[in-house]
Design a protein around this ligand. Structure first.
Ligand SMILES: [Zn+2]
Length: 443
């Protein structure tokens, strides 16, 4: 939903440099300390029934064993007592914006003229920490400064900064005047400066291939593009299809050829249809849906990332006068349409992967999305699966999503069963990320 004038503005000042794209190295093994976690109840594989008293054995950031009952730790091993808690895999949010924004897009927009990239990075570091403490151990960052988010991703991966594992898109690719064109609504002196250095904007299939390659060159692990207009961009273009089917095909083909998945920001059904036909792996928002689009979702096996809390937050901001006039009818339209259409999609058997567009709403409030998913018709077990096993599937990662031997030790705990009341996930008592305790239990 967001656009980022600031990141484009700052590129004016950036010295061109060789992109750092090397794969991050994992944090060094923590001296092979073995941790035994006693779990009162354990949802080791979301979608299957939970186990009773269990012990998870963790070594070098991985789950090595799950045993029934409370097994006493051997000498030298550490014990984490979650015997009065419900334990489950760390959650994944497939749509966040950690960069430079904290649930107040209008303030962020005004601050762009005076805020440096370094300031935005400090905000992103705080946002990452809040996200992790809320129980989200993995996020897909779908739009921010490409270099900055790449640096944050690698710092987390090294273990230098506490935050969730980040799968980064860099900047959202957009057509001129589209949702990701940072010059929309800017005064000419700013617009000219932004325009001269904007690399995420493309027109025509060849130019859009170039834009994908540049984001990959800057370290993007997934490609995001704006198939349609968006709520928060300061342009009265509506929420209709903005990109041609040829441009979308060029983007998705180039992303796939470079080993990246592609996801489309899309509101109008016409945009979603074209993105799905182009082979897109997931659709963000998908506010408007018709029968044909729902059928295409299923035929292609693509995921819908619902971001239900985003239009609610955007509408509240619009009504309080915090957003420019161009955004208000778009916020109203998206908020009115989205929920009913997602209900139809879920009932029809479309695959959902949990995502919130946090940044539009406040970082750390990500789990408030779960209640909306229940209202779509999901059971709590299905909602939790969307944020664990389904998210891992969409990311193409086999090391997260469950707590089985070989998986990353991304572990969270809550009081009481979230399978009875999913809103218990809004208050996470304990977080372990890759075997390191990020939020200790306080009894
Ligand atoms: Zn977004």
């Amino acid at each position: 939903m967001l656009k980022f004038v600031g990141s484009a503005l700052a590129l004016v000042l950036a010295v061109p440099a060789v992109a750092q794209v090397s794969a991050p190295t994992s944090a060094p093994a923590a001296g092979s300390v073995v941790t035994y976690i006693h779990a009162g109840q354990l949802l080791d594989h979301p979608g299957k029934p939970p186990r009773g008293n269990s012990t998870i054995v963790v070594r070098d950031g991985r789950v090595v064993e799950v045993r029934d009952g409370f097994v006493a730790p051997p000498a030298g091993a550490k014990l984490v007592d979650l015997s009065r808690r419900f334990v489950l895999p760390g959650l994944t949010d497939m749509h966040v914006h950690l960069w430079g924004i904290g649930g107040d897009p209008m303030r962020a927009r005004l601050a762009e003229a005076t805020q440096d990239q370094a300031d935005d990075m400090m905000v992103a570091v705080v946002n990452a920490r809040k996200t992790l403490e809320a129980g989200f151990t993995t996020v897909r960052d779908l739009g921010g400064d490409a270099r900055g988010i790449r640096a944050l991703r690698d710092a987390v991966e090294r273990g230098d900064v506490e935050g969730p594992t980040i799968v980064n898109a860099g900047q959202m690719i957009s057509v001129t005047g589209g949702h990701g064109d940072g010059t929309n609504g800017l005064g000419e002196s700013f617009a000219d400066a932004v325009h001269a250095h904007q690399i995420n904007v493309c027109d025509g299939p060849d130019d859009c291939r170039r834009a994908v390659r540049q984001q990959v060159g800057l370290g993007a692990q997934v490609i995001k593009f704006a198939a349609t207009g968006g709520v928060l961009s300061n342009v009265s273009g509506g929420l209709g299809r903005a990109m041609t089917p040829e441009e979308m095909r060029a983007i998705v083909e180039t992303a796939h050829a470079l080993g990246r998945k592609a996801t489309a920001h899309s509101h109008a059904a016409e945009g979603t249809k074209a993105a799905l036909e182009a082979g897109c792996d997931s659709i963000e928002h998908a506010s408007y849906l018709d029968e044909e689009t729902i059928r295409l979702f299923k035929a292609k096996g693509a995921y819908l990332v619902p971001t239900e809390i985003a239009p609610v937050a955007a509408l509240a901001q619009a009504r309080s006068g915090a957003l420019p006039p161009a955004t208000i009818p778009k916020a109203e339209a998206a908020a009115a349409a989205m929920h009913a259409n997602h209900k139809k999609a879920w009932a029809a058997g479309v695959k959902f992967a949990f995502g919130t567009d946090t940044g539009v709403s406040k970082h750390g409030d990500n789990a408030t999305e779960f209640a909306y998913l229940i209202d779509l018709g999901m059971t709590p077990a299905q909602a939790i699966a969307s944020a664990t096993v389904a998210a891992a599937d969409l990311l193409g990662r086999d090391d997260i999503g469950t707590l089985e031997p070989g998986k990353r030790a991304d572990v969270i705990a809550v009081t009481g069963s979230p399978l009875e009341d999913v809103r218990r996930l809004e208050h996470v008592d304990f977080v372990m990320h890759r075997g390191q305790i990020a939020k200790p239990i306080v009894d």
